[in-house]
Design a protein around this ligand. Structure first.
Ligand code: NOJ
Length: 534
C-alpha cells in the first residue's frame, strides 16, 4: 500500500535556523510550535502537508546534531521531549505529518555506547563500533577516507587501536554487523514511532554496511585536485559503502516501520559512482514498496540544461512503479541554495519544475521566499567541513542562515544575535514582504494546486518538449490534464498549445503569458507556466 499518498510536499526545517523562541540565538522546538500555522491552517498558510525536522537530539554539535549522544531525547538547546510531543500533537491537529531524522551510521563519541566501547578491549560494547589494530608501521588499518577530509580512522590511546569514522572523528561508525547494535537501533525507531511520528529520513543510508574485509579502495583516475574539488573523491568508494548486508539491514528497519500504519522511510542517497540510476533507486523502492523511498537528488547534479533534466526525469519515471513515490529534491542543508546556484530568477523555474513533477517533492526552509546563500566571514564559520577543508566551497553554513520572517532586527528569527549571520539579501526577502509576484506567491499557488489535484501527486508523466531551450510535459489522468511549459533560455519562446487551455500558475504570478487566437503562446526569458486543459 502506498503510504503518504495524499501529501503535496515535504518541507525541511533545520531546527537551529527556523525560529528562536528563547532568545539564545539558536532555533528551537517552541519556535517551530509558534509557527506551525505558517504551514497549514489558514488561507495565509503556505499550504504544506508534511514537515521534516533535521536532528534535535542531545549532541555535542560537532556536526550540528548529526553527532548524536542520545537517540531518545531532545537537546536542551532545542527544548524538552514534552515540547516535541506538543509539537507533534499540534502538527497532527493541523493535519501535518512529521518526519524526523534517523542517524544510523554513527553516534557521537560522547554517546555512552562509545564511551563504554572505547574503555577497554574486553568491554561488552567493544564490538558495537569498528575497531582495528594499526598496521605494523603504526598507520591506519586501510586507506579509507572520511567524507569530511583526511583518514577515516582515528587512533585511540586508551586501547591502542583505531576506530572507524566515515565522517568526523567525533562521529564513530556503529558496527551494524553486530545484531545487538541493530536491536538497539530498532528500539530507537520504535521509541519515536510509539510517540506518533510519521516517518524517518535515513541519514547516509548506504554507508551502514561495509566490506567485511575492509579492503583498500582504489584511486580515482578522474580525480584532480584543483583546490575546489572534494578530497573525498580521490578514491573510488567501492568497499566503504554499499556492503553485502545493506538490503538486510534496511529491510529490518522497514519491518519495524511497517508495524505502524502510514509511517515511511525516506533514504538519503546521492547518485553513486558504480550503480546505474535504475540499480540505485530500485534498491530503495524494493525494500518495502509503498513504505520505503529514496530522495532523487539528480537535479542537484545537473547543469542548467533542459535536455539533461528532461532525460533524467524520463529515465527516473521509467524506474518508478505504481506503488512507488518519486521524491525529487533540489536543495537541503548540505547544498547551496537554489537561488544562489541558479542565479536569481531562474530559481522560479526550478520551483515550478519541482512542484509539478510526480510524487512528493521536498523543499527546504526559506526557498519559498527566495532566500539566497549567506556570506560567512571567516571568523564566523561554524561548519566542520569548511573548517577542515577551507576555501574549497564545500562549507554548508551559507544554506543554514536564519529564516527571514520580517524586517525587524535579526529578521524576526530571534531577539538575540543568531548563531549564523543573516543572509545579506534579508531586505526585502522576508515572509512578511510578499507581493503578488513574490516567490512565496508562486510556491503558495503551486502547493495549493498539488493539494487539490491528485493527478499532480501521482506518477503519470509524459514529455512534450525536451530541447535546448524548453522542457514541457503533461500530467494527466482520466479526469484532469495539465501541461507545464518551462523556458530555460534567456530568449523569448513561442510554442503552439492546444485549444481551450487556461494558464493557471505562472512563474511571475501576476503576469499570465500571452496566448493568441491561433493558439501560439509566448514565454519570456526563464518563464514557466502551468496550463489546464479544459
Ligand atoms: C548527511 C547529512 O545531511 C549531513 O548534514 C551530515 O553531516 C552527514 N550526513 C553525516 O551525518
Amino acid at each position: 500500500m502506498k503510504r503518504w499518498s495524499q501529501i503535496n510536499a515535504l518541507y525541511q526545517i533545520y531546527p537551529r535556523s527556523f525560529r528562536d523562541s528563547n532568545g539564545d540565538g539558536v532555533g528551537d522546538m517552541r519556535g517551530i510550535i509558534e509557527r506551525l500555522d505558517y504551514f497549514k491552517g489558514s488561507d495565509d498558510s503556505l499550504g504544506v502537508d508534511a514537515i521534516w525536522l533535521s536532528p534535535f537530539y542531545p549532541s555535542p554539535m560537532a556536526d550540528f546534531g548529526y553527532d548524536v549522544s542520545d537517540y531518545c531525547d531532545v537537546d536542551p538547546l532545542f527544548g524538552t521531549i514534552d515540547d516535541f510531543q506538543e509539537l507533534l500533537a499540534k502538527a497532527h491537529d493541523l493535519d501535518i505529518k512529521v518526519m524526523i531524522d534517523f542517524v544510523p551510521n554513527h553516534t557521537s563519541d560522547e554517546h555512552s555506547w562509545f564511551e563504554e566501547s572505547r574503555s577497554s578491549l574486553g568491554n561488552p560494547r567493544r564490538d558495537w563500533y569498528v575497531w582495528r589494530d594499526p598496521q605494523p608501521d603504526g598507520s591506519p588499518p586501510n586507506n579509507w577516507l572520511s567524507f569530511f577530509g583526511g583518514s577515516a580512522w582515528e587512533f585511540d590511546e586508551i586501547t591502542g587501536q583505531y576506530y572507524l569514522h566515515s565522517f568526523l572523528s567525533k562521529q564513530p561508525d556503529l558496527n551494524w554487523d553486530n545484531p545487538e547494535v541493530r536491536r538497539a537501533m530498532g528500539d530507537v525507531l520504535r521509541f519515536w514511532l510509539d510517540k506518533g511520528i510519521d516517518g524517518f529520513r535515513v541519514d547516509v543510508a548506504r554507508v551502514i554496511s561495509k566490506d567485511p574485509e575492509l579492503r583498500d579502495e582504489p584511486e580515482n583516475p578522474n580525480y584532480h585536485d584543483d583546490g575546489r574539488s572534494n578530497p573525498h573523491h580521490r578514491l573510488i568508494h567501492q568497499y566503504s559503502q554499499y556492503g553485502p548486508h545493506l538490503m538486510q539491514y534496511w529491510q529490518e528497519m522497514a519491518t519495524i516501520v511497517a508495524e505502524y500504519p502510514e509511517a515511511i522511510l525516506l533514504f538519503e542517497d546521492y547518485p553513486g559512482e558504480h550503480l546505474s540510476m535504475e540499480e540505485q533507486y530500485r534498491l530503495f523502492y524494493d525494500i518495502n514498496p509503498g513504505l520505503s523511498m529514496p530522495f532523487n537528488f539528480q537535479g542537484l547534479m545537473r547543469d542548467w540544461n533542459p535536455r539533461s533534466l528532461g532525460a533524467m526525469i524520463n529515465e527516473f519515471q521509467g524506474i518508478v512503479r505504481d506503488n512507488d513515490r518519486a521524491v525529487y529534491c533540489f536543495s537541503n542543508h548540505d547544498q547551496p541554495r537554489i537561488v544562489s546556484r541558479y542565479n536569481g530568477e531562474r530559481a522560479r523555474l526550478i520551483a515550478m519544475l519541482l512542484l509539478t513533477l510526480p510524487g512528493m517533492p521536498v523543499m527546504y526552509y526559506g526557498d519559498e521566499i527566495g532566500m539566497t546563500g549567506g556570506v560567512i566571514p571567516s571568523d564566523q564559520v561554524q561548519d566542520p567541513v569548511e573548517l577542515r577543508e577551507p576555501g574549497r566551497g564545500l562549507g554548508r553554513d551559507p544554506e543554514r542562515t536564519p529564516m527571514q520572517w520580517n524586517e525587524h532586527e535579526h529578521a524576526g528569527f530571534s531577539d538575540h544575535t543568531p548563531w549564523l549571520p543573516l543572509s545579506p539579501d534579508v531586505d526585502p526577502v522576508t515572509v512578511q514582504q510578499q507581493d503578488d509576484d513574490s516567490y512565496w506567491q508562486l510556491y503558495h499557488q503551486l502547493l495549493r494546486l498539488r493539494r487539490d489535484e491528485a493527478v499532480l501527486r501521482g506518477n503519470d508523466y509524459e514529455e512534450i518538449i525536451c530541447g535546448d531551450a524548453m522542457l514541457a510535459y503533461r500530467r494527466s489522468n482520466n479526469e484532469k490534464a495539465f501541461e507545464i511549459y518551462l523556458n530555460f533560455s534567456a530568449d523569448m519562446q513561442t510554442i503552439g498549445v492546444a485549444q481551450g487551455v487556461q494558464a493557471i500558475v505562472e512563474t511571475w504570478p501576476s503576469d499570465k503569458p500571452r496566448i493568441d487566437y491561433t493558439g501560439l503562446m509566448t514565454l519570456g526569458p526563464y518563464e514557466g507556466v502551468v496550463l489546464e486543459l479544459l
